[in-house]
Write a protein that binds this ligand. Structure first.
Ligand SMILES: [Fe+2]
Length: 386
């Protein structure tokens, strides 16, 4: 085996299992917290998902404030407002409870607390000068993997472009990953987040920055998600939720250390323009972009087909890889994610601008097959026309 040099490190300590959220207070204390900012959206708070965290902070005698100005596809303006609030309150540890929006908002607030200036100044690859304010990440969805990734994806409200803070210094210090947090998640959110996690795994496995460590994580994540997503959507037992939390976090480790590719580039461009939920945007483009990428690495796409449950015995590699793509589409359909035509407000006149924005995404060079605005446009049109 020949192999280029690579490096692999996990800056986030993972605590996984039923009830680990009850340790949030102890973990905050260990990080030296005198005042915590709990970053969670209103829905998560209303669903009671911050209660155990708040109890554990009180038990440790740690003062806290709540910041709930969190929106899907988080925006720079809300990160700036959160930063101003954190400064005013003298916050020294952040605890994010929620999906990617809450965790990414917290990472951006932590970046502003330690670096100042604007979010735009810190978007790019490894631009941070020091570690951000200590962050404890507690996921309530199985999708983004943000609890273990070094990314924060923030929408610039003036340009509608999604910006990435991409730096291990922005990663959470501790991830408390508790499958019980998933059990009351609405089924459509379980579905779209689950396909986002599947996309992370597929893109991590095939992208140009993949390495043996990320391959190992990615392939197992595909299998876990394929085996558990339908059950988690239809009947969220603790077994199904454990499988999805594992799949999502493991996929997060994979793509956090390799990258994503074309599906995310188009999906983020679409989300930036229409506010399409991230997971829905992924599901819309995952099969078509994967099909486009098959010629770049036939063997890896056969591996994906196997992980998607396809019996490839006796098949030509090309056919096996295509069966993997079909299995992805079937999974998306089975968990009732809408197709592109079903979305409101999509205007074909925007497709060229979306294709151009896709090409500009920092992950375009990571796509396994060369892709430019021209090919993105062809894929978008093909998917739209169904
Ligand atoms: Fe994603």
């Amino acid at each position: 085996m020949t192999l280029s040099k690579y490096s692999f490190a996990l800056p986030t300590r993972i605590e996984f299992g039923e009830g680990v959220v009850n340790d949030a207070g102890k973990e905050a204390k260990a990080l030296g917290a005198s005042k915590v900012m709990l970053v969670a959206d209103k829905g998560v708070i209303a669903a009671g998902l911050t209660e155990a965290v708040e109890e554990s902070l009180k038990k440790e005698g740690i003062d806290y404030v709540i910041y709930d100005q969190i929106v899907p596809n988080p925006r720079d303006i809300h990160c700036v407002a959160g930063h101003e609030f954190a400064v005013k309150e003298g916050v020294d540890v952040l605890v994010a409870v929620g999906g990617g929006s809450s965790m990414d908002t917290a990472k951006a607030i932590g970046t502003l607390l330690t670096h100042g200036k604007t979010i735009r100044d810190w978007c790019g690859y490894q631009l941070l000068e020091r570690e951000i304010t200590p962050l404890i990440a507690i996921p309530t969805t199985a999708g983004t993997g943000s609890e273990v990734t070094p990314f924060a994806v923030i929408t610039d409200t003036t340009t509608h472009v999604k910006l990435n803070i991409f730096d291990p210094k922005a990663a959470a210090k501790v991830a408390l990953i508790d499958p019980v947090m998933l059990m009351k998640l609405p089924s459509h959110i379980m579905a779209s987040c689950g396909v986002d996690a599947l996309t992370h795994a597929v893109e991590a496995y095939t992208c140009t920055l993949a390495c043996p460590h990320t391959d190992a994580y990615a392939l197992y994540a595909i299998e876990l998600i394929r085996k558990n997503l339908r059950n988690a959507v239809n009947e969220p037992t603790i077994q199904a939720c454990t499988g999805m939390m594992l799949g999502s976090t493991i996929a997060g480790i994979a793509f956090g250390y390799s990258d994503v590719g074309g599906v995310h580039c188009i999906g983020e461009a679409l989300g930036g323009r229409y506010d399409t939920p991230h997971g829905v945007a992924m599901a819309i483009f995952l099969p078509a972009v994967t099909e486009y990428n098959i010629p770049a690495d036939l063997d890896k796409h056969v591996d994906i087909a196997k992980a998607m449950g396809v019996d490839v015995t006796g098949m030509k590699k090309e056919d096996a890889a295509m069966e993997g793509v079909k299995a992805m589409q079937k999974l998306c359909d089975d968990v009732k994610i809408p197709r592109m035509k079903d979305l409101e407000g999509i205007d074909p006149d925007d497709f060229e601008a979306i294709a151009i924005a896709s090409e500009k995404n920092v992950s375009t060079p990571s796509n396994p097959r060369k892709i430019t605005a021209k090919e993105y446009l062809e894929i978008i049109r093909k998917v739209y026309e169904g």
